[in-house]
Design a protein. Structure first.
Length: 432
């Protein structure tokens, strides 16, 4: 996947998933808060007074005690005995007062919460008041501590899980980027199924970056090795020619040979520059008329325009004019120099693609050359005979790279009537 395609994918993702990580964190914290409240409520229900149970016990105390206190109100000993019995039975503290508020009996400690007030009457006449509080239903000091501790544990556990969820992929990203910086370009980020948001896009970008760097370094190593070998031959010939110049008077043939060697070196440098443009995605894409590209390539190769057969009906392609001219020029050059000459250039088009077929007059290609003809610096043979000066080599390899950079391809096949045909296939530009 090219860097441009990756950026396009990244933008499409953000249009669909804006602030996805932020929304996930928001809902996660909301869920955590809700669960904390549920746990706290449950603990409070377990250790806090039950309001309904307290009212029920208060009603029972009122029904049991109010009538009995009226019966023994004037008997101090009986009243005292009843007060103690009720306090013990209901686990309560009681305070008995007359109508004037004077204390008559008191059992237990004084309490201010959960108090029950009983009006003691006999024959409709008020005798006094009994104040009480139920200890078994009163608030307990450890209820708040238990609630806070439960809430703390819940939030702590949720925060730990959230921290692991966030930091685990980031730790993996850090590890991989560090290894790539150390030269381990085969290192890749591997995230689980649940990490496919912004972190997943970042991981894909890092993996794609590492893959591209690894591929480019490999291609550059192969290219440098091949170039160092390719350039030795013309340089060696130039050295011999230079020695001949020093040893005698220059002849037209000697000048021609020097110019040819310099042209070979210049052509090799041009191919290297074109390859460099592909490495760094420096493509100047524009809509081009396929017929114009074909005619310009024939003109640059020094070939007559009548070699072109056009059945494309003015088809257009979208591409880099310089690189496409280089690709088609390489096919024409290969046919002209290594295959007996160019027999024809055919331009044809379908609804989706445009094809440029370069047919040569040579004897055809061997099976090995058909399989490896587009490999960098492959020195091919035609019917078992190796070309005297060289190769299908960097030229055809560059053709295929240019074609694939434009989402197309390049192929070469033998023709039944003899010779070979190299085809450059490109996507057809959409009509405006």
């Amino acid at each position: 996947m090219s860097l441009r395609a990756l950026h396009r994918r990244h933008r499409q993702f953000h249009r669909r998933h804006d602030f996805k990580l932020q929304r996930r964190l928001f809902w996660w914290f909301g869920f955590t808060t809700f669960m904390t409240c549920c746990v706290a409520f449950g603990v409070m229900r377990l250790v806090s007074p039950d309001a309904h149970g307290w009212r029920k016990d208060a009603q029972r105390l009122e029904q049991f005690a109010s009538g009995r206190f009226a019966q023994v109100w004037t008997d101090a000993a009986a009243r005292r005995e009843l007060t103690e019995a009720v306090a013990q039975a209901f686990d309560a503290s009681l305070r008995v007062e007359d109508t004037g508020g004077q204390l008559l009996e008191s059992v237990g400690t004084e309490c201010h919460e959960g108090a029950v007030k009983l009006e003691v009457k006999r024959g409709g006449i008020a005798l006094g008041t009994v104040h009480g509080c139920l200890h078994s239903r009163g608030p307990r000091w450890y209820a708040g501590v238990a609630t806070l501790f439960a809430a703390f544990l819940t939030i702590w556990a949720a925060t730990g899980k959230l921290a692991r969820y966030i930091t685990r992929p980031l730790q993996d990203l850090t590890r991989v980027t560090r290894e790539i910086g150390e030269g381990k370009l085969e290192s890749r980020v591997r995230l689980g199924y649940h990490h496919k948001g912004e972190v997943g896009i970042l991981a894909d970008s890092i993996n794609e970056m590492a893959k591209r760097i690894e591929r480019q370094l490999k291609d550059q190593r192969e290219l440098l090795a091949g170039v160092s070998h390719e350039i030795r031959s013309p340089l060696a010939r130039l050295r011999v020619l230079a020695e001949l110049l020093q040893g005698g008077s220059p002849t037209p043939d000697l000048h021609y040979k020097i110019e040819r060697e310099v042209a070979d070196i210049d052509d090799l440098v041009g191919k290297l520059l074109a390859s460099s443009r592909l490495d760094f995605e420096a493509l100047d894409l524009q809509v081009l008329c396929a017929r114009d590209v074909a005619l310009r390539s024939l003109e640059r190769a020094g070939l007559p325009p009548h070699l072109l057969t056009d059945t494309s009906l003015e088809a257009t392609v979208r591409g880099d004019a310089t690189l496409l001219a280089r690709a088609l020029g390489n096919l024409l050059e290969n046919a002209q120099h290594h295959a007996g000459g160019v027999e024809s250039l055919t331009l044809r088009a379908s609804e989706t693609h445009v094809c440029l077929d370069v047919a040569d007059r040579g004897p055809g290609l061997s099976e090995q050359a058909l399989s490896h003809g587009f490999d960098p610096f492959y020195r091919g043979s035609r019917d078992g005979q190796t070309s005297s000066r060289g190769a299908l080599g960097l030229g055809l390899s560059l053709v295929r790279r240019i074609a694939r950079a434009h989402s197309g391809d390049a192929t070469i096949t033998n023709r039944p009537e003899g010779g070979a045909v190299a085809t450059l296939t490109l996507p057809r530009a959409r009509e405006a």
